[in-house]
Design a protein around this ligand. Structure first.
Ligand SMILES: [Zn+2]
Length: 239
């Protein structure tokens, strides 16, 4: 038997009865702490720091009877005292690989200027993420549990506009937006034709300052306002 405690947003993956508190979990044979964490529902790319009996531990740590495990997500504004991380930051500039169900989010990330590749198969998302250092974005927890995935997030929100704010907040990208520089349809960087027109060399789509443009500008302004309000995840450290 080992005990577990998951912090902040990692509780989103647990059954209600196990959230925000310490609970006992039986050990069935030898298991790494990573296997135990994922069997409880939490995909490894969401984990940033693990402690066992108060000491930082890696994913491969072999659990022993009586161990006390604490598992933390990334905190942008909280220093966990220099504890060794199991998580790593994605390479900058941050680029994304999204599963096909997040088509609208992909389009909005491109609107904000980010390289957002949309892929049909889960395996493609996982492998492209690993091969190109892209952050895998999905609503499928199982995809993030694939061992090749290093950087990823399970998208909590269902509304695409809120999903955009969620991703920019998590990866601290508010200051890296470059709106209207990338095609919302095909992810290709746009070419300026003149003051009012941009053209996509990938799909030949034209972008101009019509009423659609104004709506997109407003969407980005709402997103910036959301990011300005955000103050990290709810912190519940200290039992
Ligand atoms: Zn295009």
């Amino acid at each position: 038997m080992a005990t577990f405690r998951f912090y902040a947003q990692l509780n989103d993956f647990l059954p209600h009865a196990l959230r925000h508190g310490r609970f006992a979990h039986p050990l069935r044979g030898p298991a790494s702490v990573k296997d135990a964490i994922e069997s409880l529902g939490v995909p490894h790319p969401e984990v940033d720091v693990i402690t066992v009996n108060g000491e930082a531990a890696g994913f491969t740590y072999r659990l022993r009877d009586g161990d006390h495990v604490c598992v933390y997500p990334v905190f942008r504004q909280l220093d966990l005292g220099g504890l060794a991380r199991v998580g790593t930051d994605p390479p900058r500039p941050v680029r994304f690989a999204l599963d096909i169900h997040l088509r609208k989010l992909a389009s909005l990330l491109r609107l904000a200027g980010f390289d957002a590749m949309l892929l049909t198969e889960d395996a493609e998302v996982a492998e492209t993420s690993a091969a190109e250092g892209r952050v895998a974005l999905t609503r499928d927890v199982g995809l993030l549990k694939r061992s090749v995935v290093q950087h990823g997030r399970w998208i909590r929100n269902t509304d695409p506009e809120l999903q955009l704010a969620e991703v920019l907040d998590r990866f601290d990208l508010a200051s890296e937006m470059t709106p209207f520089t990338r095609c919302m349809e095909c992810n290709t960087p746009l070419v300026r034709v003149d003051e009012n027109f941009h053209r996509c060399p990938g799909c030949e789509r034209l972008y101009w300052r019509g009423s659609h443009y104004d709506r997109l500008v407003e969407l980005l302004e709402r997103t910036r306002a959301r990011l300005a309000q955000s103050s990290d995840y709810p912190i519940d450290i200290g039992e």
